[in-house]
Design a protein around this ligand. Structure first.
Ligand code: ZN
Length: 314
């Protein structure tokens, strides 16, 4: 209600009071004493009305004060809202930063590799553990073992693991005797694995590692093999971490675990050497602990590819 409206109403009230007083005067024209009383009454009522007007004016002033206070509060709320918006934008920025850092963290990759299999007693247990953790690994199989247990190679391949060539015979004195003998053995492994999986491997590991090839046949031999592999879009892989499971038949699960932990250091990527021959029961026992340790250190797992990460020994 505006001030103008209030004034009109008050004026009407005053008029109404006065007119009722006038009416009373007409009725009691001959009674002077009563007239005086009426005049006094009208005066009193008029004063009451004036009082009311003053009080109304005071109320209007209070309303105006309240209105300006509300305006201030609305402004404060608006300011707070703007600050909240700023804080929100900052939070989103920080979230994006943390997210990108996490992606950088998960860019730490472990490549588990299992050599010399397949074997009937160990390889399938390793496949079970890998399946349990939903991890893919690379199996550098010996062709002579693959042909004995093709269903195990097939299972590994079907479960998304990479089957790599690790020679057919794994016989050092044969394959490191001459470059021709090396390639004969190599091709025999390639074709054996092709018959089992329908794919020819594109990753290779020298028996004993590339340093064995260099030591036994010379660096030139090793480099020739490496170059010919590249020409075929293939790659060879040594390792960054030696689990030590082949170092001794007595290597315990605890030793294997501590080797895989102690050699990790600050590596962003690391190829881990393990074995899945019949003698490596302790490798199976150690594997869950090894996997969980790497996960706890922020690593994820991946398979080896010819264009991806590799490790080459001298
Ligand atoms: Zn081997």
């Amino acid at each position: 209600m505006s001030r103008m409206h209030l004034k009109v109403i008050i004026s009407l009230l005053v008029l109404l009071t006065l007119s009722s007083g006038i009416k009373a005067i007409q009725i009691n024209a001959n009674q002077k004493f009563e007239l005086k009383e009426y005049v006094a009454l009208i005066h009193a009522q008029t004063e009451t009305v004036l009082d009311l007007e003053v009080k109304l004016n005071e109320s209007l002033v209070q309303i105006e004060v309240l209105e300006s206070e509300y305006k201030n509060q609305i402004k404060e709320m608006h300011d707070a809202y703007l600050k909240l918006n700023e804080a929100h934008a900052l939070l989103i920025e920080q979230y994006e930063m943390v997210k990108s850092q996490n992606i950088a963290l998960t860019d730490k990759i472990i490549y588990l590799t299992f050599d010399d299999g397949p074997s009937p007693s160990v390889t399938e247990e390793i496949l079970d553990v890998l399946k349990q953790y939903d991890i893919q690994a690379t199996f550098f199989v010996q062709g002579r073992n693959a042909i004995r247990y093709p269903e195990i190679v097939k299972r590994a391949h079907d479960e998304g693991h990479i089957i790599g060539n690790h020679s057919y015979s794994h016989n050092y004195s044969l394959i490191y005797e001459s470059i021709d003998m090396f390639w004969d053995d190599f091709e025999q492994a390639q074709e054996t694995l092709y018959e089992i999986t329908g794919e020819r491997p594109n990753v290779f590991r020298f028996p004993g590692g590339s340093s064995s090839a260099a030591n036994l046949s010379g660096r030139q031999f090793r480099n020739d093999v490496a170059n010919r592999l590249l020409e075929r879009d293939m790659q060879y892989f040594d390792w960054d971490i030696d689990s030590g499971d082949a170092a001794s038949v007595y290597a315990t699960a605890q030793t294997i675990r501590s080797n895989t932990m102690s050699q990790l250091g600050k590596k962003k990527r690391a190829i881990v050497l393990l074995h899945d021959t019949d003698a490596k029961k302790s490798t199976v026992d150690a594997l869950p602990g090894v996997i969980e340790y790497y996960i706890s250190m922020g690593y994820r797992f991946d398979v080896l590819t010819p264009n991806g990460y590799t490790a080459h020994h001298n």
